[in-house]
Design a protein around this ligand. Structure first.
Ligand code: NA7
Length: 571
C-alpha cells in the first residue's frame, strides 16, 4: 500500500479562488500583515474569465467600472480601448494587477479545494486539496464565483453525439468552428454572445431556444482619448458614487416611475436607452419600476419586441425569437444578436413549439419530425449558480454538518457570506448577497471580511477567543428579508438562476439580495454600529432580531410593489 505524506501548512487565512474576489482579498489581508495564500484549481488567475474562453466572451459592465477601484493610479493609467472588455483583456488585466502588487508569490495554482473540516478544539479549518498539502488555517475564505459549476442538459442521446461538443465554460481554444454545421443550446448572456460572434463564419448555425430572451444593444465600440481623459478627471467622483447606487454599473438608477412620465415622452426614453446601449441601463436608468411594476415592464417588453420585429426580416424567424414572458431575468445586451438571424445560414428552433426528442450521433431530432445534422454542438446551458459552486467540495462545520446539508431547504446565509455553524468561513458572493456589477460588489464584501478578521484578531491578541459566526436567527431574518425584497419584484415570475427551486418550498428561494448595493452597505453600517449585530458573542452582540434593528432602513426604497401580482402568478 502506498503511503502518502501530506505536507501541512499553517496560515492565518486560506483564500480559494484567484478571480477578482480572491485577488483583492489577498491584497487586503497581506497588507495588514497576515499570512495568507490563494489557491485555485486553474492554471492561471482570472476566476470565471480563466475558464470562459468561448468566442465573444465579454463583460457587459462597462470597462470603466469592470475593474478594481482601490488602485486609483491604475484606474487612470491602465490602457483599454473599448466601451466593454473582452474575456482575454480581463484575464490580462487581472494578471497585471497580480504583478503590479506582487501578489503572485502567494497564489498557488493547479490546486483544487477538496474539502474542509472545522476543528472546534483548535478553532481552525483543516483544508484538503488535490495536492498532498493540507492547510490548517484560522480563516477560510471561499471566492469560488457565482457561476462556476457548468450545468449540462439532461437530453436523451446527448452522449451518443459523435461530433464535437463543448460547454462554453470549458472552451478549448483549438475548437475550430470554421465551415462547421453548428447547433447551440442556450440563449442566455453566453448564448447570445456566442451566436453573435460565430454566425458569420460557420457553415450553418441553429439556435435551439427554450425561452427566447429580451436583449438590447450593448453599444460597444472604441472610446476616444478625450473620453478617457474626461473619465480620468472624474474617476474619484465615479468611484465614490458607485456604492451609492443599487447595481454599481456606473450610472444612477432612476427614481421616476413609468406611469408618472408623460405618455409622449416614454417612447423617447426607451429609444434613447436603446441608442445608448447597455442592459442594466435599459432596465434601471430610464424608469424606476421596470423590474417591479407590471405595466412598466410590459411597456419595455413591447418596445423590445417592436425592435425584434423591425430587425429580423423573416417573419417566421421573428415570431420564434419573440420572448413570451415578462422582462424579468438578468438583462442582456449584445453586439447585433437579432440581425444574425437575417443570415441565410442562421436559423432558430423554438423548443416550446417543438421540443428536442433526442440527440443522435449526427444531430438533433425535434418533436415535429425535423432532424438537424450537426458537426458541432455548443452547450451554452449555464451554471449551477451560487450554491452550485459548493456542491463539488466537502465543507463540514462545527457539528459535522456539510454546507450542502445546511442548504437542503434552500441556499441561505447572513449578509451573503456567513453561515451559522461554519465559524470563520466567509463566502464571497455566497447565497443572498447583492446582485450587482461584480468587482465593486466584491470589494464591499472583501472589506467586511477584512474588518471582521481584524476585529477577531484584536480580541485574540487580548486573550479572548472570538470566532466569526452568524447566529441562526440572523440567517433566518436575512433570508426573510431577501425573500420580501424579491417578492416585491417581477423576477420571481420567471424561472432563472436568480432563484433556487427547492422541492417542497412554497416558492423559489432568491439566490440574491435584490435590495441593491447602496442599501446593503447601509445595512452593513447598521450591523457594525449595533455591535456586530447577528454575529455570535464575544465578537458580535449575538442579537436575534437583526432585520428589525437599525439595519431595517436598508430596504429597497424605490419598489412600487403591485400587491398580489407575484403571488397570483405563482399560484
Ligand atoms: P443562463 O443565463 O443560465 O442561460 C442558460 C441558457 O441555457 C438558457 O437559455 C436556458 O434556457 C438554456 N438551457 C439550459 N438547459 C437547457 C436544456 N436542457 N435545453 C435547452 N436549453 C437549455 O447561462 P449563461 O451562461 O448564458 O449566463 C450566465 C451568466 O454568466 C450571465 O448572466 C452572466 O452574468 C455571466 P431557459 O432559459 O432555462 O429556458
Amino acid at each position: 500500500m502506498m503511503t502518502v505524506n501530506n505536507k501541512t501548512t499553517e496560515l492565518d487565512t486560506l483564500v480559494v479562488g484567484a478571480g477578482f474576489a480572491g485577488i483583492y482579498q489577498l491584497y487586503t489581508l497581506r497588507k495588514l500583515g497576515y499570512s495568507v495564500r490563494v489557491i485555485d484549481k486553474a492554471g492561471g488567475v482570472g476566476g470565471t474569465w480563466y475558464w470562459n474562453r468561448y468566442p465573444g466572451a465579454m463583460s457587459d459592465s462597462e470597462s470603466f467600472v469592470y475593474r478594481f477601484t482601490w488602485d486609483r493610479e491604475d484606474l487612470r493609467t491602465y490602457p483599454w480601448s473599448n466601451r466593454y472588455l473582452q474575456g482575454p483583456e480581463i484575464r490580462q488585466y487581472l494578471e497585471h494587477i497580480v504583478d503590479r502588487h506582487d501578489l503572485r508569490k502567494d497564489i498557488q495554482l493547479d490546486t483544487e479545494l477538496l474539502g474542509a473540516d472545522w476543528d472546534a478544539e483548535q478553532n481552525k479549518w483543516r483544508v484538503t486539496t488535490t495536492t498532498n498539502e493540507v492547510f490548517v488555517v484560522r480563516y477560510l475564505i471561499t471566492a469560488l464565483g457565482l457561476l462556476s459549476t457548468a450545468k449540462l442538459p439532461n437530453i436523451p442521446g446527448l452522449d451518443e453525439f459523435q461530433g464535437e461538443i463543448c460547454h462554453t465554460s470549458a472552451w478549448r481554444e483549438d475548437f475550430d468552428l470554421t465551415d462547421k454545421r453548428v447547433g447551440i443550446l442556450g440563449n442566455g448572456s453566453t448564448g447570445v454572445q456566442v451566436i453573435t460572434d460565430i454566425a458569420s463564419r460557420v457553415k450553418s448555425l441553429v439556435s435551439f431556444q427554450r425561452s427566447p430572451q429580451y436583449s438590447v444593444p450593448s453599444g460597444n465600440g472604441p472610446v476616444s482619448p478625450e473620453y478617457r481623459q474626461g473619465l480620468n478627471e472624474k474617476y474619484d467622483e465615479i468611484v465614490e458614487s458607485l456604492p451609492k447606487t443599487a447595481t454599481c454599473f456606473g450610472f444612477t438608477e432612476s427614481t421616476v416611475p413609468y406611469a408618472s412620465v408623460d405618455p409622449d415622452k416614454r417612447e423617447h426614453i426607451f429609444q434613447s436607452l436603446w441608442d445608448q446601449g447597455n442592459a442594466f441601463r435599459f432596465m434601471f436608468e430610464g424608469f424606476s419600476d421596470i423590474s417591479t411594476n407590471k405595466e412598466a415592464n410590459e411597456a419595455a417588453c413591447t418596445f423590445i419586441k417592436s425592435k425584434i420585429a423591425q430587425i429580423v426580416t423573416d417573419p417566421e424567424k421573428a415570431r420564434k425569437l419573440m420572448p413570451r414572458e415578462p422582462y424579468a431575468r438578468r438583462p442582456l445586451c449584445d453586439g447585433g444578436y437579432y440581425k444574425q438571424f437575417n443570415r441565410p445560414n442562421v436559423d432558430i428552433v423554438n423548443l416550446r413549439d417543438a421540443p428536442i426528442e433526442h440527440i443522435s450521433a449526427t444531430g438533433i431530432k425535434t418533436s415535429d419530425g425535423q432532424f438537424y445534422e450537426l458537426d458541432t454542438l455548443i452547450l451554452a446551458t449555464g451554471f449551477e449558480a451560487v450554491e452550485g459552486s459548493y456542491t463539488r467540495v466537502q465543507l463540514h462545520g462545527r457539528s459535522g454538518e456539510s454546507l450542502a446539508d445546511h442548504w437542503k431547504n434552500g441556499p441561505t446565509s447572513y449578509l451573503g457570506s456567513f453561515v451559522p455553524g461554519f465559524p470563520n468561513l466567509f463566502l464571497i458572493s455566497g447565497p443572498q448577497g447583492p446582485f450587482a456589477n461584480a468587482p465593486p460588489n466584491i470589494e464591499t464584501q472583501v472589506k467586511l471580511n477584512t474588518e471582521l478578521i481584524q476585529r477577531a484578531e484584536k480580541l485574540r491578541a487580548t486573550g479572548t477567543v472570538a470566532v466569526i459566526e452568524a447566529v441562526p436567527e440572523a440567517e433566518a431574518d436575512w433570508g426573510g428579508h431577501c425573500n420580501e425584497l424579491a417578492q416585491a419584484t417581477l423576477f420571481p415570475l420567471i424561472p432563472s438562476w436568480i432563484f433556487a427551486n427547492v422541492p417542497g418550498a412554497p416558492r423559489p428561494i432568491p439566490r440574491f439580495f435584490l435590495g441593491g448595493v447602496a442599501n446593503f452597505i447601509t445595512i452593513l453600517d447598521g450591523v457594525v454600529q449595533a455591535g456586530y449585530d447577528g454575529f455570535a458573542a464575544p465578537l458580535g452582540n449575538g442579537r436575534k432580531d437583526v432585520c428589525n434593528g437599525p439595519s431595517k432602513n436598508g430596504s429597497l426604497e424605490n419598489v412600487t410593489l403591485e400587491k398580489g401580482t407575484v403571488e397570483a402568478a405563482l399560484a
